[in-house]
Design a protein around this ligand. Structure first.
Ligand code: ASP
Ligand code: MG
Length: 457
């Protein structure tokens, strides 16, 4: 008999990533278990229970400051939090005991470590405990309910190079050595945590579980990557400031990458590329409404028009002016080299013949950057600014869309405009205090008619 499908063709591994609030207490974990049960083959990635990473960050702050009482207080509170979750989660004595002894074992290790001096390596080791303890409790719970999962240690397959970045190829090799090339069944592991190029426990920065999920999706050639949170996908505008926002059903990878930078709370900004380079759809889903469509991010979306408006505050504008820039070559590259040396990413850039303005959102290295820039020209710094970005097909023909967007901002104090970098966005920089009003005004301009159509039925 001739086989109709090769193994590769029927292999439908799905990555399912659950965020901290979706795992925030026993009840939420039980809801997640129901979702996991629906699939036979999945690679499940857990964040730490909500609040845990924040508490571990606070603990590290006290550790660094030599405040032993502060450390002891938070650590005791965290242990209690995990134990109470275990009491609520497990309904038989044997499993409860097993779970609480997992917790005690980890906290013995933590207390031992806290006796050492603070170091960044010790801090990173501590931060990783949130994901490890959470995932062990959840794996035990699932197995105790008959939802079989194999627990994997993410530190065995998430390694970063000397640039601090993970590699899909490396992850693929390590995972295939651990679980085979065509794995089936359910695997459960941690997001966020990794081993750095010197062999120390480290992490992919806050919110990094999304990144682990898309890297694993690419490494496993998964059919889809589901990011489960407790919101209804990406919205077209910021619901904290604007009424009547609505969820966006479909986004292209490029649009998602633009928006992730602004809405990092929904999606980690780095997490789009592993999925887009292998063309694996990312689906943002809501654990509280599992059957709602959420937001689908994939290539080949053909929708025209404006998709969303988003903003990010905490932006610093740096303006460098120099007559020497006129007709000179290499001027911009000298400026960029200063930022590169100080590992500070630049987000928005505008230039004229004699000046260049750039924005940064991390001003940690500004004191080191400014004196070097001053050797190239006169430098002005403006903090408390914001970037507002309109995402969608801004260049769509015959619409005069860009003109209308810019015209609508005439009453605001626009410092920079970036247009033409891609067909996907127009970005403006404005004082942070004007953001709320700009988002509202753009909402009326860009989505007013959509809303009207919806209300008109
Ligand atoms: N637990 C980590 C954090 O809170 C990673 C994540 O949730 O994505 O940032
Ligand atoms: Mg997150």
């Amino acid at each position: 008999m001739v086989a109709l499908f090769s193994l590769q063709e029927i292999f439908v591994m799905i990555v399912m990533k659950f965020g901290g609030t979706s795992l925030g207490n026993a009840e939420r974990i039980k809801q997640v278990a129901e979702l996991i049960k629906r699939r036979d083959d999945s690679f499940i990635i857990c964040s730490a229970m909500s609040g845990v990473t924040n508490s571990l960050v606070d603990t590290s702050g006290h550790w660094k400051a030599g405040n032993h009482e502060g450390v002891a207080e938070i650590v005791a509170g965290l242990k209690k939090h995990f134990e109470l979750t275990c009491y609520d989660l497990f309904d038989n004595e044997k499993a409860t005991l097993e779970a609480t002894s997992i917790v005690s074992g980890h906290f013995e290790l933590i207390t031992g470590r806290m006796g050492e001096d603070y170091s960044i390596h010790n801090e990173n080791w501590l931060l990783a405990r949130g994901e490890i303890i959470t995932s062990e409790i959840i794996a035990l719970y699932l197995n105790s309910c008959g939802i079989a999962v194999t627990w994997l240690n993410a530190l065995d397959f998430t390694l970063t190079g000397s640039d601090g970045e993970p590699s899909v190829t490396d992850m693929r090799q390590r995972l295939s050595a651990m679980i085979g090339d065509n794995p089936s069944g359910r695997f459960l592991t941690q997001g966020y945590i990794c081993i750095d190029h010197e062999g120390n426990t480290s992490n992919l920065r806050r919110g990094g579980s999304d990144y682990t999920a898309t890297l694993a999706g690419a490494a496993l050639e998964a059919a889809a990557i589901e990011i489960w949170t407790d919101i209804d996908g990406v919205r077209n505008n910021d619901p904290r400031f604007v009424e009547d926002t609505f969820p966006i059903r479909e986004l292209s990878f490029d649009e998602a990458a633009e928006l992730a930078y602004f809405g990092a709370k929904i999606l980690h900004p780095a997490c789009v590329w592993p999925a887009s380079s292998d063309n694996i759809p990312i689906q943002l889903k809501n654990t509280l409404e599992p059957d709602a469509p959420g937001t689908m991010i994939r290539s080949g979306t053909t929708r025209k028009g404006i998709t969303a408006v988003a903003a990010k505050d905490g932006i610093t504008v740096i303006r460098i002016r120099s007559d020497r820039m006129l007709n000179a070559y290499g001027f911009l590259s000298r400026i960029f080299a200063i930022f590169e040396k100080n590992k500070t990413p630049i987000d928005v850039i505008t230039t004229s013949e004699v000046a260049v303005s750039v924005t940064i959102d991390d001003d940690t290295c500004l004191p080191a950057i400014v004196p070097k820039l001053e050797k190239l020209g006169k430098v002005e710094i403006e903090s408390a600014q914001a970037i507002v970005c309109v995402v969608g097909d801004v260049l769509e023909q015959h619409t005069d869309r860009a003109g209308r967007i810019i015209d609508s901002l005439r009453h605001f104090n626009v410092k920079m405009i970036s247009y033409g970098g891609s067909r996907n966005n127009i970005t403006v920089v404005v004082p942070a205090e004007q953001v709320k009003d700009i988002l509202r005004s753009l909402n009326t301009l860009l989505f007013g008619t959509v809303l009207k159509q919806v209300t008109d039925g």
